[in-house]
Design a protein around this ligand. Sequence first.
Ligand SMILES: *[C@@H]1O[C@H](CO)[C@@H](O)[C@H](O)[C@H]1NC(C)=O
Ligand SMILES: *[C@@H]1O[C@H](CO)[C@@H](O)[C@H](O)[C@H]1NC(C)=O
Ligand SMILES: *[C@@H]1O[C@H](CO)[C@@H](O)[C@H](O)[C@H]1NC(C)=O
Ligand SMILES: *[C@@H]1O[C@H](CO)[C@@H](O)[C@H](O)[C@H]1NC(C)=O
Length: 857
Amino acid sequence: MYIHERLCLWLGHLKLSRVIFAVLLILFVVPLVTHYYLSKYESSSISLGSSSVRHTLDALGDFTTLTAADLKMRIEEMLRIKASVSTELRELEARRGRLQREAAAAGARTDALRAEHARAAADLTRLRVSAEQARIAQLEATRRDSPQLAPPLQLLPSRPPPRLPPPAHQSEPDCRMHSCFDHSRCSLTSGFPVFLYDPDNHAPLANAEVDGFLKTTLRQTLGYNTHLTQKAEEACIYVVLVGEAFPSDSKNPSPSSTTEGYKLVLNETAIRSLPYWGGDGRNHVLINFARRELSVGSGDAFHGAATGRAMIAQSTFTQGRFRPGFDVVTPPALGPPGGDVWADCAPIAPARRKYLLRSRRSVLRESTFVLILAPNDRSYVSTALLQARLYEALRSGAIPVILGGDRVQLPYNEVIDWRRAAILLPKARVTELHFFLRAISDADLLAFRRHGRVLWERYLSSVQASIDTLLAVIRTRLNIPARAAVPAVGAPAFNDSYSPPKLEPPTIDTEPEETLGPLEAPYPSPAYKRNYSLSLLHGYEMWNDWGEPFTLYPQLPWDTPLTSEARFVGSPSGFRPIGAGAGGAGKEFSEALGGDRPREQFTVVILTYEREAVLAAALARLRGLPYLNKVVVVWNGRAPPTMSWPESGAPVQVVRGARNSLNNRFLPHHLLETEAVLCVDDDAHLRHDEIVFAFRVWREHRDQIVGFPGRYHAWDLNYNNGFLYNSNYSCELSMVLTGAAFIHRYYLWSYWRLLPAAIREYVDEYMNCEDIAMNFLVSHITRKPPVKVTSRWTFRCPGCPVTLSADQTHFHERHKCIQFFSQVMGYTPLVSTQYRADSVLFKTRIPHDKQKCFKFI
Ligand SMILES: *[C@@H]1O[C@H](CO)[C@@H](O)[C@H](O)[C@H]1NC(C)=O
Ligand SMILES: *[C@@H]1O[C@H](CO)[C@@H](O)[C@H](O)[C@H]1NC(C)=O
Ligand SMILES: *[C@@H]1O[C@H](CO)[C@@H](O)[C@H](O)[C@H]1NC(C)=O
Ligand SMILES: *[C@@H]1O[C@H](CO)[C@@H](O)[C@H](O)[C@H]1NC(C)=O
């Protein structure tokens, strides 16, 4: 019975083995091996089967006639048979195990081959898309009939202004730029060189001396101005500091406090003998900065003096003396030489303050409005007193209400739109004033006050601001572009003779197989295409919205796009319309960038602190990412090790921070060549489809931060005392952290130029909050919230080493950051949003023959 049982079991095994063989045969993986084993196995099992059946039948048939000896013999024989069968079974069992292992190995290989095939197919699609894009790019290059326009050589005059006969009248009341200015000294490509007469050697006043503080400050501040030149013969304009002045006769110092101030006497001999005066003072600017509203220099320093064809910049002008579009009304130099000015300012909120309307200085900070009267003497269009009142009002956040504002000139008003910061009323409105002021809504009050503060900070607050603005105003008239923004040149981490060897990174299986776009050669964003048209078309925004007329940037987030048909009619260069213009769903979408802008790429900026392994993983993850132009690694801490780094598919450049600072993340490195910058923490795990989708969204929200981790600022209900940082689940957000976000390259410059230095210093001190600072900055400039994209992503990797932000003090510090930054800026610029961007066909039911924009998002 026992043998019978074993036999059945064995036959069962045999069946199982056959099934495995059948599988092997079907798969055709190892046909030869299979054939060999199969034949051997079949024959042996059949012979074994027949012999054991025969033995068994024999034993049963003769059972009745058995003697004891026979029985013993038979039993022994049976035992022998059993032993031999057992041995055979053992062998078979071993063989079966071996075959099973081989079958499993073959199965695994099939799976691997199948995956390989899928990957190869995906690669092929990608390559096909890339090849198609390369073909279009090549076609575009050959078709371009006009070469790139290069500027002519920089044209600079080689001689100082030649001597001309002085004008018939002592000074020309009708001077305008076209009649009194020598444009030939200031070619479009000259860069607007400015020469400063040393105020110590040229004393232009007969009865007074120029304030020593101003002399030093002017020399210093002009030194910081990129237009200053030492070569007088090349200069476009010549700056003479005339005041503010003190009487040289100190025994008789008291000027009368009339609007005219103390009578200054210009030493006309000294003026006319200035080395580059050229007979009539062409292209000269005579500056008279008032430092105290009623002091000596606060009057019209040039009253009755022969100033020829020179421009005059001061705070006091009479109707007859002021030549519109030629002379410049400047604010008094009441502020510090330069630097941060926020500490003097009052917060912007609440909209309505304790007093409605005041004109006393002491309560300016508690007044909603401040009344400023135009000069009584109607022959004045501006006085130092008026300008000083305006200056103080803006600084304290009291909205200036200028009665008689319709006949005064405010500082730099040919470029600054004062209607957005001050209320200018004719004197006749005085009876309606109270009603008028009460009728203004809170939101508008805050807008006036905020804008006034921005104008004050940018253009009036310090001597540096005033001087820079004065020169920028004259440059703007001439339509000469500002000097180009200077990129940060970080220390390269590796010398020229060494670059780290590249490793083939392990294939990462987590990437979904999806063609997300062509892999192209690096393609920098076109730069400096609007040198001369920018200030014509966007001059107003430059001065009044963006607050940055001083520098020329390679691109701005607000650059104008083409109209929709223009990319098919006449201006197709660089455009990659979806389906060549016919549109289309997922397949066509994945092949072209589409949109209203030409094709472009982005740069990844990774800030890392001495974590090679984490960085290597981050680089490996970027492999095969479409539209990636370059990876810039900002390495904080000690020198990077000379290890081998994984290939990321794009050029990787490593720069070392001069010191370990989180602000380094936002340095406008010269290595960046694209408008779009993707800032990522080294441990942020972003999938390729998420990155590409965010990039496409950013292309439509170029002036906003577009990224993944949303946070918000929540009011502190317990203490009713400002905002707290909050990262809880919420349906509203106001910040997108720059650990994983796209920003425009312009903001990297703004971070250093427009953000008060106190904020960057705070970031350094606490090693935290640079991302909050960037959100403050962008919302401050644009008054827009950031854009959060897609829900699918994981910010931190689970197994990664503990990060800076892990410890408990982190949150506490971030509350403090929000409160401090708000204090510095006078308000909390963050704007809330309840909006998130997902791709157009996300969660849409579509026909089977169509594809979604992205498979998973
Ligand atoms: C525009 O200005 C930039 C920066 O100064 C310069 O490099 C570029 O050549 C200029 N382009 C033209 C066409 O003038
Ligand atoms: C006026 O300037 C000339 C030349 O610099 C100088 O010689 C003369 O003394 C000055 N006159 C007065 C009154 O300061
Ligand atoms: C360049 O750097 C490598 C590695 O850091 C170093 O071995 C080599 O001596 C350096 N070469 C020069 C010229 O500094
Ligand atoms: C986040 O939510 C938790 C529980 O819902 C709460 O205890 C915590 O105080 C919240 N954190 C903040 C910063 O609001």
